[in-house]
Design a protein. Structure first.
Length: 176
């Protein structure tokens, strides 16, 4: 409640959401939300600023403890490097993605790595990926296959136009 009082006081002082947000280091949307809630309580259109039975729903965290430890190990091993040669956040993300691709490679081709034909390898990969995608994933409600089915309705279809990734031009070189 003290934070809401402070937001209200600063809003009365400055008169703008953005100025209060800058002062407190919070989003202007948060300032606006609480200022409008205070006004609605004063007008009598609402009974309370914060509902007593409100539920805070947080999405499941993808950053597990093992991933966090891996990121910290990258950062600690990187401390001795010159500043310009240190790992960036993007490079750490790429390393984490490469590890997950390595997991798929080990899980699919770990027990069998030679095939008679490309078609046989593709069939093997499809079967193994189907098995992997039907297993539950850490802290997720549904398995990946079910999630894809649920999200498929919201996906846009790919364009059916033919796409050319080059342009052919003729050029003449002049000596002058």
């Amino acid at each position: 409640m003290a934070d809401i009082r402070r937001i209200r006081e600063l809003y009365e002082l400055y008169g703008t959401f953005n100025r209060v947000a800058r002062e407190l280091g919070i989003s202007h949307n948060t300032v606006k939300k609480y200022v409008l809630r205070v006004k609605s309580v004063q007008d009598g259109s609402a009974s309370e600023i914060l509902a007593k039975d409100r539920m805070i729903i947080q999405p499941p965290r993808v950053l597990t403890e093992t991933v966090r430890k891996k990121i910290h190990s990258y950062l600690e091993s990187n401390l001795g490097q010159p500043r310009k040669q240190r790992l960036t956040a993007k490079r750490i993300w790429e390393l984490l993605v490469e590890e997950s691709i390595g997991y798929i490679r080990r899980a699919t081709f770990g027990e069998r790595s030679s095939f008679e034909s490309f078609e046989e390898a593709t069939e093997w990969l499809s079967k193994r990926l189907a098995e992997i995608n039907t297993k539950p994933v850490y802290r997720r409600i549904s398995v990946p296959v079910q999630g894809l089915v649920q999200e498929r309705d919201q996906m846009n279809p790919l364009p059916m136009l033919e796409y050319e990734n080059f342009e052919l031009k003729r050029a003449a070189i002049s000596k002058y």
